[in-house]
Ligand binder design. Structure first.
Ligand code: URA
Length: 434
């Protein structure tokens, strides 16, 4: 295999053969193919794209570059959910225990926030003691005991993706649908689940800025998963406004606890039940989506999912006293309301601006190696279609310094606009691709 011939082939718009894709990824993972040749191939893929078959082979090669989690000792159907990332997206924290209560194991390997989007691991680490760095054996132990476990990606899973993602980040080759799809799916397929539900977000607070692009990414990932023999569904969802009413790590854990106690905001409950319902039908635990939705709503209302969340937190070393009493979670020293300039109806929102405010506060990262401040963020976020009176807060900033408030406030102030006409809230749930 001569790497430059493969690069030339893709540069000229030709399809790559299976053996060539596998040899290239293998050579890159072992260090035999240098970064500059991998970067050139990534750029050729960026411009020329890949066929569905090429993307499936690329994903499989990246998945097989490291260990695969063997979940065969878990005597339950196994399903996971992956979101392409957004603002205020705490769905995984509610969904994992909720689905586990219905007899489906949820092995979930999650990520940290980067850029404007938040990360499940950062949220969980605001619970004192919670360990996201369990080894795979311990992860399987938690799964066997309580049916769900959420940890971070280990270094031995899909190492080709780790290397390639870092390279794409600095070579302008991140926003390529084949490369994003292969990157996400190589990690997910290494988890050893039977079914995967994807929440593919579009809008100002998402990677994909239009529903058309989100649909294309969703179709590509569903096709990869089906080729690998997995039950697949992708739901295209709106991320133009934050999900729920909070953004920021401990603040989102607080909203998670409220939701698990049956007091969650309507949009967060709706999306969690919808994604969970697909997990129950894909694994055959419920015959159809309506039956699944109604069972999930009952389980959430019963408090069983709350108890399951507590069990998972305890098994992973977390302090369950904060789950019983969320006022014990890390809290910021200042709370500053951002009042609406006029009475009216919230006509639009810019989730990206709220994401930027979170970064300014220190809830998110500017660089991969940054630490996050678990206490800070935004709460009491208004929703499109709601009426606001003059002076009423559009959101409340939680900050640990005056400088951070000064930096974050302009973003929050420009994140919402008000109309004197009534406004119909946008549909949260869009197309479903199966
Ligand atoms: N998330 C990933 O894991 N990979 C990408 O390429 C983009 C988002």
């Amino acid at each position: 295999m001569v790497p430059q011939w493969i690069i030339e082939q893709k540069r000229d718009g030709k399809a790559l053969g299976e053996a060539d894709i596998r040899a290239f990824i293998d050579g890159y993972t072992k260090g035999d193919i240098p970064d500059y040749q991998m970067a050139a191939l990534a750029m050729a893929i960026y411009f020329q794209g890949m066929s569905a078959h090429e993307v499936s082979v690329l994903t499989d090669a990246m998945m097989r570059s490291g260990d695969l989690v063997d979940t065969s000792t878990i005597p339950l159907p196994k399903a996971d959910k992956h979101s392409t990332g957004g603002i205020g997206d705490k769905v995984s924290l509610i969904l994992a225990p909720l689905v586990a209560c219905c007899g489906v194991a949820v092995p979930m390997l999650s990520g940290r926030g980067l850029g404007i989007t938040g990360g499940t691991l950062d949220k969980l680490e605001s619970i004192p003691g919670y360990r996201t760095d369990l080894e795979i054996d311990a992860f399987l132990g938690v799964l066997n005991q309580c049916g769900c476990s959420i940890i971070g990606q280990t270094t031995s899973l899909a190492p080709a993706d780790k290397k390639l993602y870092a390279l794409r980040d600095v070579t302008g080759t991140v926003p390529s649908i084949p490369l994003i799809a292969a990157s996400i799916m190589s990690k997910k397929l290494a988890e050893g689940m039977d079914a995967l539900v994807l929440d593919v977000k579009w809008g100002s607070g998402a990677f994909m800025k239009t529903p058309e692009l989100a649909t294309e990414l969703a179709k590509t990932m569903v096709s990869i998963g089906k080729d690998a023999g997995k039950g697949m569904a992708a739901v295209v969802t709106d991320m133009n406004q934050p999900l729920g009413r909070t953004a920021g790590n401990a603040l989102e854990v607080r909203e998670t606890i409220e939701t698990l106690r049956g007091e969650g905001p309507a949009d967060l409950v709706q999306i969690t039940i919808e994604l969970s319902a697909h997990m129950l039908t894909l694994t055959g635990v419920e015959p159809d989506l309506d039956a699944a939705r109604s069972r999930l709503a009952d389980v959430l209302a019963s408090g069983q999912a709350f108890e399951k969340f507590k069990e998972m937190v305890k098994l992973q070393g977390g302090d369950t006293a904060v789950i019983d009493d969320p006022t014990r979670l890390p809290a910021a020293s200042h709370q500053v309301p951002c009042p609406t300039p006029a009475e009216g109806v919230v006509a639009g929102a810019d989730a990206e601006a709220i994401g930027r405010a979170c970064i300014a506060l220190g809830a998110g990262r500017r660089r991969v190696e940054d630490n996050v401040d678990h206490a800070v963020g935004i709460t009491d976020i208004v929703k499109i279609g709601e009426h606001v009176s003059e002076g009423q807060p559009m959101a409340i900033i939680h900050a640990d310094s005056y400088e951070a408030i000064e930096e974050a406030k302009p973003f929050v102030e420009q994140a919402f606009w008000v109309s004197s006409y009534s406004v119909v809230p946008p549909d949260l749930i869009g197309k479903v691709i199966i």
